[in-house]
Design a binder for this molecule. Structure first.
Ligand code: SF4
Length: 376
């Protein structure tokens, strides 16, 4: 049986604690608090299902990251989704029916949450008519926010299990500089509307060397909470693009970030998730099914959005079959030697080794030094 029990128990407990905290910070809104209480029960059921499958040697991750489209209405500088598009085989997006079946199968297998990403997921107008049929699954929605109009807000009101996470870069200058003139102001208006309608939403913030001081500033975070934000997803920038290494946080900034997050969690009425920071408590990288797998817009099942390599597609096989991928299993089995010391993305750092796993056996690169360690 594939090893997995220790960190999966820690991960399952962390999911329970996360929703317990969600109940705590929404007590002033009883219907929201009740929803998170119910979600805690559903999450427990989902974890039990995953344990049962693990006994049958099927490793079901608690989360899927589903890029439901490659399309987007914006053209942000340094967009990771576009940076990787060239390395993914051109494929038609999964149909509405296939997406619905996939989510239904994920629910049966015990998947707890499906992170909806893209491109911009809301360019798929049918998306929220699919998610409404799965109240027991939590859908964090990574969105640029600009397509959240009155119609979408009314749909979100009816689906408490969707948590919009609006992508911003820091203050007005940071956001507009990367995402386009006027975007920051537009998003402030949209947040105001969602807050007025009692929608539980959050922000997704990518920390770079230049905006880290802004994003870790207590007043900046308090202003976001004042604007209605209840979940902050803090992502450390990973340099996927040539010439952006100096965007990556310094070690000093990284340790400062860890301290601030601890203080925010203790003092502020919001939830905080730090990537990759929080992965340390689960023994490091959660890709390749340890915590999640990525499903591309075309259906390829990949270790993570940062590594566009795959040996199985849900466009042609079931999710259950795809999760039995030898490629994903090999990466999980090598986990203990996959350690990233610079806070970046170990699979991206070792992308030649990852890519080689898909080549004929005699072409697989045998790492000459521990994976993840820098060239001596
Ligand atoms: S909104 Fe997201 S997907 Fe669209 S261009 Fe910007 S970073 Fe890329």
């Amino acid at each position: 049986m594939e090893q997995g029990s220790d960190y999966t128990n820690i991960l399952n407990r962390a999911i329970t604690v996360f929703f317990k905290d969600a109940v705590r910070i929404t007590l002033s809104n009883p219907s929201k608090a009740l929803f998170f209480l119910r979600t805690m029960w559903w999450q427990k059921r989902a974890a039990q299902k995953r344990q049962r499958w693990l006994r049958e040697n099927l490793h079901v991750p608690p989360f899927l990251i589903m890029s439901v489209t490659n399309k987007c209405n914006l053209r942000c500088k340094g967009c990771v989704a576009f940076a990787h598009q060239g390395s993914r085989p051109a494929a038609r997006e999964l149909s509405e029916d296939r997406l619905r079946d996939l989510i239904s199968e994920a629910h049966q297998l015990g998947v707890s949450g499906i992170i909806l990403a893209g491109g911009e997921p809301l360019v798929r107008k049918e998306l929220l008519s699919i998610t409404k049929d799965f109240p027991a699954i939590v859908f964090p929605l990574i969105t640029n926010g600009t397509l959240i109009d009155e119609t979408v807000i009314q749909q979100l009101k009816g689906q408490q299990n969707i948590i919009p996470l609006i992508s911003i870069e820091g203050n007005e200058y940071d956001t507009d500089e990367r995402r386009g003139a006027g975007i920051h102001k537009r998003l402030q208006g949209i947040m105001k509307n969602m807050r007025a309608e009692g929608i539980f939403f959050g922000c997704s913030l990518t920390l770079t060397r230049s905006n880290a001081a802004t994003i870790t500033d207590t007043n900046f975070v308090k202003n976001l909470i004042e604007a209605g934000t209840r979940l902050l997803l803090l992502l450390e920038y990973v340099s996927f693009e040539e010439g952006t290494d100096d965007w990556v946080l310094t070690d000093e900034q990284r340790s400062h970030l860890r301290q601030k997050i601890e203080a925010f969690r203790a003092q502020l009425p919001a939830l905080f998730i730090a990537i990759p920071g929080d992965e340390e408590q689960y023994g490091g990288c959660l890709a390749a099914g340890r915590g999640f797998v990525h499903i591309s817009a075309g259906g390829d099942v990949e270790p993570c959005p940062a590594t566009p390599f795959s040996d199985a597609s849900v466009a042609t096989v079931s999710l259950k079959e795809a999760l039995q991928s030898h490629f994903l299993q090999t990466i999980r089995q090598q986990h203990d030697s996959l350690n990233e010391t610079e806070g970046g993305c170990v699979l991206w750092t070792e992308r030649e080794w990852v890519r080689s796993l898909l080549l004929p056996k005699d072409s697989v690169i045998i790492p000459v030094r521990p994976l993840g360690s820098k060239n001596q």
